[in-house]
Structures are given as structure tokens and as C-alpha cells.
Design a protein around this ligand. Structure first.
Ligand code: SF4
Ligand code: SF4
Length: 428
């Protein structure tokens, strides 16, 4: 296997192919704290791409309730157990390791799905550690919806179960699409070389004419986002709505500016921000601090990758939920959880402004500018450790620009209110 650099692990790792990096990379941030599980995103995707025969159980976008929900059922628990077996010393991170912008979470000392496969089978036998879910596991995409975990509150004790920093009874919604990974497990496992990563935007696609339906990608994707279609006998997956990304929608984007995917641009809770990040030929993120994704992920590290220990360098990032037990979150998002929640609990002026860009429009935002506004509030905030902090809120205006450098969105921190004039009263 080749050696490639994985910045999320802070080290080199084994991968079946040499690294080859795109010019730009499709990436996104989901703010878990705001999701209401309305499933509008799920239906926007389904009604666009997977409404045909043979695609009944195929949900490229899904929103599951953690800790018990999962599509397919128990996808992450199963793989974590398999990885645990191959990592008898534990899937640990070096907490004392240097945390630099290049290694923001320290160094991962366990084995990834590629390294564990080499240990278990030998790289010639199997390239990726994974499993093939049975048909039963793909049924019921939202099973265990809103099923909570934790110690049940006793009578008269209900308030305590919903007190920050951690709720004693808890669940949260996890929004999932393909991560268009930097080192995709699906691509690594495909014996037909049918899966490729586009050089212009890093989108991972399955060439339908090359695929023979061996389902090695389904087995190897640690996020279970490659899916088999029995009617055509080939595999399919999220295509990142690439015609929108290319600005091909003449109606919505007459000047050819890239548009967000269907799931992102339909999000009712305004939890999603999708974009493209510039990559250097060596695979690093080019320093574009005014790019909102670069700012949230690399500069502030307030959005974290999902199961970075799997080793695929996923390009989906999450602002972790504030109320969930930390141990659970660290297993899911790595060691950056404490710092991310600390910052999100009392966002400073710039962070608060950038958070307003989520679902403010449907064009992909490449850069932003903040125009200062007046101070409108001062609040006392209880931080995760119990300390009090004063938060000042300024009604700044944040302006987002599209790929062509044109203004795409303009939002203020304070949501404006509009009063209906009298002539419209009772007009419904
Ligand atoms: S549309 Fe947004 S708020 Fe609704 S379920 Fe999807 S991610 Fe959550
Ligand atoms: S999430 Fe799965 S299907 Fe998507 S690129 Fe990564 S390994 Fe492939």
C-alpha cells in the first residue's frame, strides 16, 4: 500500500493508491444543534435522484436519531466493534501530541480501516475493513427516531435531566450524506476501477458503465453511503448534485455560479452550509481565511469530521451538539469536541456573524466580508464547565460572495422583523 498524508489523523497512513488531489474539494458543515429532523433534506434528495424502481430503500441523504438510530441499522456500531478487535490497545489519540494547524486534533495512534484490513487479511486479500449489510438492515431508514438514552429522571427531578453541560436523558439528530472523502473507502475497494474522484471538485462518482455490481464499495464505505440497486445490478451513490455545483441550472443560476445541493438548499432548520475549499497540489487546504468553510473547519475548528479515525478523511464536518455526553461525542468526532463546544457556547463576534451564513441563500459562498454594526445586547452565558461569561452581540452584516465574486447573500446578526401594514390585516 502507498503512504498518504491524512491531516485529520495528524500522520501518514496506508492507502491502496498514491495521493492525487483535486483543485477544489466539495465540503460541508452541518450544525447538529439546530436540526429539527423535519427530513425536508431527505425528501428533497429522494424526489430528485432516487425515486425510481429499485431505489426504494436508497436514501442518499438521511437524518438518523443517535444513539440508537442508523441507516443501515447499527452501521457505525458494527464497524467500531470490528475496528476495536483489530486495535486491542484501543483506538486512541495522543492527547499530548502537538496540536498545530496542520495537526489540529493531535495524532491518531490506532488503525484505520485500511491499516486494520492489512493486518487482518493482508493488503493483497482485502484492502478495506468493512461489512456488507443485509437487506433487513436497509429497511426502516429512521428506526428509533427520537428514542432517548440515559438515566431517566425521577418524579420531581425533570429539570435536572435537561441541564447543560450534559443532559442526563439525551438524543440528537445526525444528518448524513456521502462525505466525498479524500481517501474514499469505496474507491479503494472497487476491483473494476469504476469509482473516481473528479479533479475539479473532489466529487466521488461511480461510473455506471464500468460497475458490475460486486458491492465491494457497499462493503468498504465506512459510512455506508454506496448503495446497490437490484433492478440495474449496479451500485449508486450521492453525486453531490454536480449539475448544480457546475452552475448548469439555467433557471436558478443564469450566470453559471455554483449552487448548493438540493439537500443543503432546502434545509428548513438552516443547519447546512456547503462549499468548495481550495486544495494545494500536495493536498493541503490553501489558506483562504475568508472562505467560510476554511474559517469554521481549519481556522476555528468549531466543525469536526465524522469518525475521523476511520481514515478516509471525510469532507463533511459537524458542529457537535452541546448537551450530549462528551465521551460519546469524542468517539464520534475526535478530540476536538471540547474546544468546538466551548467556542459554540459563546461565539465571538466573527464566529457569530459567519454562523448566519447557513442556508442564507442557495449559491455556494466562496468568501465573506463583515460590515460592523452597533452593539445590541450583552448576555451572561453559562459555559460548559459551569463558568459564567459575558457575551456581547453586535448587529453586524455579513456579505457572502459567489464564485464570480458577486454578492450572493447579505444577512444581519439580528433577524429583522417586519410588521404587516393595516391594509393586509385579516387578508387571509
Ligand atoms: S432539512 Fe435541515 S433541519 Fe430538516 S432534517 Fe434536514 S438537516 Fe435537519
Ligand atoms: S462516504 Fe463512502 S461512498 Fe462517500 S466517498 Fe466516502 S467512502 Fe465513498
Amino acid at each position: 500500500m502507498a503512504k498518504v498524508h491524512n491531516w485529520q489523523l495528524g500522520r501518514e497512513m496506508l492507502y491502496p493508491y498514491d495521493a492525487g488531489h483535486p483543485d477544489w474539494q466539495f465540503a460541508f458543515v452541518f450544525n447538529i444543534n439546530r436540526c429539527i429532523a423535519c427530513q425536508t433534506c431527505t425528501m428533497a434528495c429522494k424526489s430528485t435522484w432516487t425515486f425510481s424502481r429499485g431505489q426504494e430503500a436508497m436514501w442518499w441523504n438521511n437524518v438518523e436519531t443517535k444513539p440508537y438510530g442508523g441507516y443501515p441499522h447499527n452501521w457505525d456500531v458494527k464497524l467500531l466493534a470490528m475496528l476495536d478487535k483489530e486495535n486491542p490497545e484501543g483506538q486512541t489519540w495522543d492527547p499530548a501530541g502537538p496540536k498545530t494547524p496542520e495537526k489540529p486534533y493531535g495524532v491518531f495512534e490506532g488503525k484505520t480501516i485500511f491499516e486494520a484490513a492489512e493486518k487482518k487479511y493482508g493488503a493483497q486479500q482485502q484492502r478495506v475493513l468493512g461489512y456488507l449489510p443485509g437487506d433487513q438492515e436497509w429497511r426502516g431508514p429512521n428506526i428509533h427516531e427520537e428514542t432517548a438514552a440515559g438515566k431517566l429522571a425521577t418524579e420531581g427531578d425533570w429539570g435536572r435531566s435537561t441541564q447543560l453541560p450534559e443532559h442526563e436523558v439525551w438524543f440528537f439528530y445526525l444528518q448524513r450524506i456521502c462525505n466525498h472523502c479524500t481517501y474514499p473507502g469505496c474507491l479503494a475497494a472497487c476491483p473494476r476501477h469504476a469509482i473516481y474522484k473528479r479533479p475539479e471538485d473532489g466529487v466521488v462518482l461511480i461510473d455506471q458503465s464500468r460497475c458490475r455490481g460486486y458491492r465491494k464499495c457497499v462493503e468498504a464505505c465506512p459510512y455506508k453511503k454506496a448503495m446497490y440497486r437490484p433492478t440495474t445490478r449496479v451500485s449508486e451513490k450521492c453525486i453531490a448534485c454536480f449539475p448544480r455545483l457546475e452552475g448548469q441550472d439555467e433557471l436558478l443560476s443564469p450566470d453559471g455560479a455554483p449552487l448548493e445541493t438540493r439537500c443543503m438548499s432546502s434545509c428548513v432548520g438552516k443547519i447546512r452550509l456547503q462549499g468548495l475549499v481550495k486544495k494545494t497540489p500536495a493536498g493541503d487546504w490553501a489558506k483562504l481565511p475568508e472562505n467560510p468553510l476554511h474559517y469554521l473547519i481549519r481556522e476555528r475548528q468549531v466543525a469536526l469530521p465524522l469518525y475521523p479515525q476511520f481514515g478516509t478523511e471525510p469532507n463533511g464536518y459537524y458542529i457537535p451538539p452541546r448537551w450530549v455526553p462528551r465521551k460519546y461525542l469524542v468517539q464520534m468526532f475526535g478530540p476536538g469536541v471540547d474546544s468546538a463546544i466551548e467556542q459554540y457556547s459563546c461565539p465571538d463576534r466573527e464566529l457569530l456573524a459567519v454562523l448566519q451564513l447557513f442556508r442564507a441563500g442557495r449559491q455556494v459562498i466562496f468568501s465573506y466580508k463583515i460590515e460592523p454594526g452597533p452593539k445590541v445586547a450583552e448576555l451572561e452565558v453559562t459555559m460548559p464547565g459551569g463558568k459564567k461569561k459575558t457575551q456581547q452581540i453586535f448587529n453586524d452584516t455579513i456579505i457572502g460572495f459567489n464564485k464570480l465574486g458577486k454578492e450572493a447573500v447579505r444577512v444581519t446578526v439580528e433577524e429583522p422583523t417586519f410588521e404587516r401594514s393595516k391594509e393586509h390585516l385579516n387578508s387571509i
